[in-house]
Design a protein around this ligand. Structure first.
Ligand code: DX5
Ligand code: ZN
Length: 215
């Protein structure tokens, strides 16, 4: 059974507390918090004060996905704003090993994310150090995009590496997740499904979260 991490990016920002409380009442395992800087990705989402405000009401761990350049500058601040997991992009970190150690020193779980064009093999020397690998199944920057089919192949490769070397990281997939692709993703080895628009635009988000979880 996969854990679900609904993306708060798709919530109603004028009713954030209501939406966080809805997630508290659901079977979601995490709240996925998308931070976009308008540089690493073309969009700006929200920053530290909003993350802190979500944390004040959240009863689920915050899974913070940093889509920002030079994320090292902000690790401590996001940890203080309530991040339980801090995921940085491989493409934004020339000193990824140092960045991952820094996240551990802050007491958070370290994650690394890959854009759709980045092969999983580039992570071979860091897989033993991370708690989470996030595979982007859309080009990061916006919610509501179409799932990229090549993702299945990447997940299968990553799962093979995990089994072959006995690594313990979790595999998370992010972008365009819905009830059609979720069962295949789980079969291929995904542990955490991020879902934004599919959850928040559904008539009954709590039921949708549970349906995804059972997929
Ligand atoms: C995309 C974000 C995703 C996004 C997912 O850049 O990282 O977390 O919110 O939204 P959906 O599920 O709508 O694709
Ligand atoms: Zn995300």
């Amino acid at each position: 059974m996969a854990e679900i991490a609904p993306s708060i990016l798709a919530a109603d920002f004028a009713n954030l507390q209501r939406d966080v409380e809805m997630l508290n009442a659901s079977t979601a395992g995490y709240i996925h918090v998308d931070i976009m800087d308008g540089m690493f990705v073309p969009n700006i989402s929200f920053g530290l004060p909003v993350c802190e405000a979500i944390h004040r009401h959240a009863q689920k761990p915050l899974d913070v996905h940093l889509m920002i350049e030079q994320p090292d500058r902000y690790l401590e601040a996001f940890r203080n704003a309530g991040a339980a997991t801090l995921t940085v992009h491989y493409e934004a970190c020339p000193h990824l090993h140092r960045t991952i150690q820094h996240i551990k020193e802050l007491g958070a779980l370290p994650g690394v994310a890959l854009n759709p064009h980045t092969p999983v093999e580039v992570l071979s020397e860091i897989l033993g150090d991370v708690s989470l690998v996030l595979i982007m199944s859309v080009n990061p920057g916006f919610g509501g995009q179409k799932f990229i089919e090549n993702t299945y192949k990447k997940i299968a490769k990553l799962n093979d590496l995990r089994e072959k070397f006995g690594y313990t990281f979790k595999i998370e997939v992010d972008g365009g997740v819905n009830l059609n692709n979720a069962p295949v993703l789980v079969r291929e080895g995904v542990d955490i499904l991020v879902a934004g628009s599919f959850v928040f635009s559904s008539a009954d988000p709590i039921k949708t979260i549970e349906d995804l979880r059972n997929s």
